[in-house]
Design a protein around this ligand. Sequence first.
Ligand code: COA
Ligand code: MG
Length: 325
Amino acid sequence: MSFHIVEQATPRLNRSELAVPGSRTELFEKAAQSDVDVIFLDCEDAVAPDEKEQARKNIIEALNDIDWGTKTMSVRINGLDTHYMYRDVVDILEQGGDRLDMIMIPKVGTASDVYAVDMLVTQVEDAMGRTKRIGFEHIIETALGMANVNEIASASKRNESLHFGVADYAASTKARTTVIGGPHPDYGVLTDKDGDAPRDYHWGDMWHYAISRMVVAARANGLRPVDGPFGDFQDPDGYRAQANRAAVIGCEGKWAIHPSQVALANEIYSPSEAEVTKAKRILEAMAEAQREGKGAVSLDGRLIDLASIRQAENMVAKAAVISGA
Ligand code: COA
Ligand code: MG
């Protein structure tokens, strides 16, 4: 281990995160009744400019009046380049009661963006005597945000998670796609010529680098990396594939833009019974190895060592949190 200890952000279950436009009050109860881990009520891009003021009022009322159970509650504020943003922070923190846990900052570009929101939030919290500190979720969804992802991740003690905002990221990098998440048929490799043998075309994951880079920045700073939206809510198989590949490289959850995606995310981001059983066997085998003074042994014909303990402990700890949820 490095001498530098990575402090972990406030632990929260973040397998699924449901986007709920602040202008659509009829969705609020449905979201509150769902099994989602985190809800973000949106002031930003799912709300038309003419509806911004009303959406903010709806959100304040809903935070005060609706029973959100044990869910983690967040509000996505407008971008720092708009004149809506300061009032989102001030009004929601002044009038929204104590239920709010986090603020989601869209299109964050630099560490100074985080600093600016931190300053504003701190002032309102102090003025209102709020004792519960608001956490920050950052959407990495611009080329600038990705270029500065490490600095953003370490810019505030309020930071809790980084989210990959695939659609805005595509727009910002001028990627040749108009869908929200998912693969692109032109992003692939054709196997080399091999005599007359037929050649295979393999689709690749055009978002692999971006998500991996965000995962590293998040984990290096003790934050949760979370994969963003998958727009085609009538394609559960597509959602499942996208969620799985992000889970495998370290993401803790994925957004849901529709209630039907919540159960998928919760399932995919929970370790399976088989995985937990295997992790427990690894811990038992390593405990036995350590009693015998060995650092590495074989289990089912495969090497396990001290790194396996850390992987297995993560898995077992996650399962314990989920079963207690
Ligand atoms: N949160 C809570 N409930 C939702 C919901 C959401 N995000 N999206 C849909 N529902 C509800 C609907 O109200 C409907 O409820 P009902 O059965 O009681 O009538 C049910 O789930 C089925 O909805 P459906 O008719 O299939 O969808 P829709 O046409 O009403 O809405 C969208 C489709 C995509 C417009 C809607 O899901 C939505 O606005 N999602 C969020 C988009 C967003 O926030 N984007 C920004 C982040 S990427
Ligand atoms: Mg966006």
